[in-house]
Design a binder for this molecule. Structure first.
Ligand code: ADP
Ligand code: ZN
Ligand code: ZN
Length: 747
């Protein structure tokens, strides 16, 4: 089932075609289709390149630059379904929008090379049929390790040696030995994913009137797109609901309707590690888990998932941003959860925003897309205002829960003793909540113990040898770490500059670990946990932590922004923000917007069930407009103010920015390229280039960095301008020029 524009594909036979390869090449190469083959655009083929054989995708008509006798033949057609039309269009669009090589974007869709190989049959193990428990023969003795292996296999499910070894905690030589001596028997297994069928007919929870109304509008949009195959299905809908309003339950209905019509669904989430509760709810609603796409997958899972997607076996996939480029066969709906989140923006390699490119994919595939958020981005908010996106509102929390009250604590008036970060006022409120058996969340957007270590004797500050950044102390690991490049060293015993003893080294400022120290001291009875990206690295670790919080085994949760997203802890009533000013001083384009979103989402964690909640913001500038907007709860007013400020300054979304980052090991060379780019920069009405200037992060991973920033009216084709601009400057080896269209970070 291919959504819409189904002009029959042209068949190429005995002629040349272009084939795109997943390599950083600007365009496809021509090949000849030998008489024994017939191919169409989207087919996966293997072709010769130099002496290698490479797999690529038939892209379309040949470019006709080479004569027939110079063309090499396509080697063969792979036994894999064709790449869909909407994905090919998306790849072209993304390459052209982000100014990336076409092949580099294709590579994001072909990120699992092994998935293109024919399925492998592998050797699995089961207990031998004649196994009796009383093996006494010394050779066959059931050691502890062997018993563990057998007990893993009790479920009757064969496993390959590596998996069996991992689950039983034994070396794979133990398994080979067990097979040799007849304790295990071999059996051939076909790889396959554990996929129970999804049951979209299961009934979800009974929706409130408000939710029913929202769901039925969404469902209608999905259904209309399915009935109509002539380019009427595309629509973008912002599901704009306060925290706890039940946005998830509402978009689940549109997922059910899409599945019922026979289409696949993609749900993009900011960070998959934060979806533990989401996965539980999906399972309750649809009777099984969706497929997942994230960095925790094993190579095998990745391969099987890729194949399940392209062969149309997978119905629903939830994933991080890179899932957008998976080769769905019959995609009929995309949902972007927390659409405002900055992690949809990829910075490395092809720098794209998955939310924006998802809208493009929906347009090409002619199906609806739902953007869900309690704090929509200014871009989306503006698109709604301009009538480009539709909006469905859920202004109330589900089940009568009321939104938390947000108050400030004016830190200029609080009496703080040295080395403490929690004000007496916040501590009182925490005490109250804990006394009533409620949970408390403390937020500070800084991992580790202290953001800076300095020597009292000589003033030396410990800094990363590879980057322009201070080393952050992580007390639990006894290290000083760079949060930009990952460099780390053991906390030194003496000052590396003057040799002063360790007691002259002082930790400056707080990180979550230091706040935890204060909590442990002041609330010695309470159980606390730290929730930060370094303690939530795997899905497993986050599952465990979320479960402990749900079971109320944790009284105080201390963490960074990973806490702000998606969690629903019914017993949590107080959110304390240790430093509400932290994000405001950032000074980049989205500083105010991001701070508002983060603090609003955080307060939204409180009071989500029967008990009402409160959020307390420690701030030195309670009169700041962002803080004021938060306490008055006037989100739309904040957005309108922010929008008019951006308009006044000609900033996005009312203009377009393109950042050019020049980097390399050799300072002089980098500087020269940056200056040449500056001299060659485009000019004209509605267009201005700032820089070059040394980047705020002037050195990163040992590479010097310069930045230029182009700002242009929206009607200007910036890609064309930048392409021409870059073509005018010679880039010597050792210098890299990265282009970032719609940048999010300005470091
Ligand atoms: P949001 O994403 O808007 O913050 P959620 O979808 O997470 O809100 O819903 C908040 C909580 O309310 C969840 O625990 C959810 O299970 C519950 N909830 C929402 N709608 C319903 C409903 N109709 N029936 C029962 N529980 C609901
Ligand atoms: Zn010193
Ligand atoms: Zn570093």
């Amino acid at each position: 089932m291919v959504a819409s524009h189904t002009t029959p594909l042209r068949v190429y036979k005995n002629e040349s075609v272009s084939v795109l390869l997943p390599l950083p090449l600007a365009g496809p190469y021509d090949y000849f289709v030998p008489p024994n083959l017939a191919v169409s655009a989207g087919d996966f083929v293997s072709i010769p390149l130099g002496r290698r054989e490479i797999k690529g995708v038939v892209w379309g008509n040949s470019k006709g630059e080479l004569e027939r006798k110079k063309l090499r033949n396509i080697n063969g057609l792979l036994d894999i379904p064709r790449m869909s039309n909407d994905l090919r269009l998306l790849i072209e669009w993304t390459a052209s929008y982000t100014l990336s090589p076409l092949g580099a974007v294709l590579r994001m869709s072909m990120s699992v090379p092994s998935a293109l190989e024919p399925p492998r049959r592998r050797t699995g193990f089961l207990p031998a049929a004649n196994l009796n428990s009383g093996q006494t023969d010394s050779r066959n003795r059931l050691t502890n390790a062997r018993s563990r292996v057998l007990s893993v296999l009790k479920d009757g499910c064969p496993r390959i040696a590596a998996d069996l070894g991992r689950e039983a905690g034994v070396n794979s030589s133990v398994i080979r030995k067990m097979s040799d001596i007849g304790l295990l028997r071999k059996i051939a297994i076909e790889d396959e994913l554990n996929m129970d069928p999804i049951d979209e007919s299961l009934k979800g929870p009974v929706l409130s009137d408000l939710q029913t109304n929202a769901a039925s509008i969404l469902v209608k949009r999905v259904q209309r797109s399915n009935e109509n195959n002539n380019k009427k299905g595309f629509s973008v809908t912002l599901l704009d609901g306060v925290t706890g309003s039940g946005k998830t339950e509402v978009y689940f209905e549109s997922i059910a309707a899409t599945l019922a019509a026979g289409f696949q669904v993609l749900v993009l989430v900011p960070e998959i590690a934060l979806t533990v509760q989401w996965l539980q709810r999906f399972q309750e609603r649809f009777g099984t888990r969706p497929l997942e796409w994230h960095s925790d997958l094993t190579g095998l899972e990745r391969r099987l998932t890729w194949r399940a997607i392209i062969s149309d076996k997978a119905r629903v996939l939830v994933g991080a941003r890179s899932a957008l480029f998976l080769p769905f066969r019959s995609l009929g709906l995309i949902v972007i959860d927390e659409e405002h989140d900055g992690s949809f923006k990829q910075e490395e390699g092809v720098s794209y925003n998955a939310r924006d490119m998802a809208v493009v994919r929906a347009r090409f595939g002619d199906f609806p897309i739902v953007l869900s958020s309690a704090t929509p981005s200014l871009e989306t908010f503006t698109n709604v205002k301009m009538g480009r996106y539709k909006r469905i509102a859920l202004p109330k929390r589900f089940g009568g829960a009321i939104l938390p009250e947000i108050q400030t604590i004016d830190m200029r008036l609080e009496k703080m003793s040295g080395g403490t970060w929690l004000s007496p006022c916040l501590k009182r409120a925490m005490k109250e909540a804990l006394k009533d058996g409620e949970q408390v969340m403390l937020f500070l957007n800084r991992r580790g113990y202290a953001p800076l270590t300095l020597c009292r004797q000589c003033g030396h500050r410990f800094k990363c040898p590879n980057c322009t950044s201070w080393l952050v102390e992580h007390k639990l690991q006894h290290t000083l770490c760079c949060h930009h490049c990952g460099y780390s060293m053991i906390v030194p015993k003496i000052c590396s500059e003057c040799g002063a003893p360790s007691d002259s080294l002082v930790s400056c400022g707080p990180g979550v670990e230091r706040v935890a120290e204060e909590v442990a001291e002041y609330f010695s009875e309470a159980q606390y946990e730290i929730m930060a990206s370094d303690t939530m690295q795997s899905l497993k670790a986050s599952k465990k932590l979320v479960r402990r919080v749900q079971a109320c085994e944790v009284d105080i949760l201390i963490g960074t922004q990973v806490m702000a997203k998606g969690h629903h802890f019914p017993n949590l009533t107080l959110v304390g923000v240790v430093d509400a000013d932290l994000g405001l001083s950032g000074g980049d384009l989205r500083a105010a917007e991001r701070t508002f979103q983060l603090l609003y989402q955080l307060s939204g964690r409180a009071g989500r069930a029967q008990r009402s909640g409160k959020a307390l913001l420690q701030t030195f500038q309670p009169e700041d407009p962002v803080i004021q907007a938060l306490i008055s709860g006037e989100r739309d007013k904040f957005l309108a103010l922010e929008a008019s400020a951006r308009k006044r300054h000609g900033m996005p979304p009312f203009s377009r920015l393109v950042a050019i980052i020049v980097s390399g090991k050799d300072f002089k060379r980098v500087e020269n390229v940056a200056r040449s780019l500056g001299r060659a920069s485009p000019s004209g009405t509605g267009l201005i280039v700032h820089g070059p200037a040394a980047a705020p992060l002037a050195v990163l991973r040992g590479r010097h960095r310069f930045r230029l920033l182009l700002r242009a009216d929206r009607k200007i084709n910036v890609q064309q301008k930048v392409r021409f601009w870059l073509s005018r400057v010679q880039i010597p080896s050792g210098v890299r020029v990265n282009v970032d269209v719609d940048p999010y970070r300005f470091l």
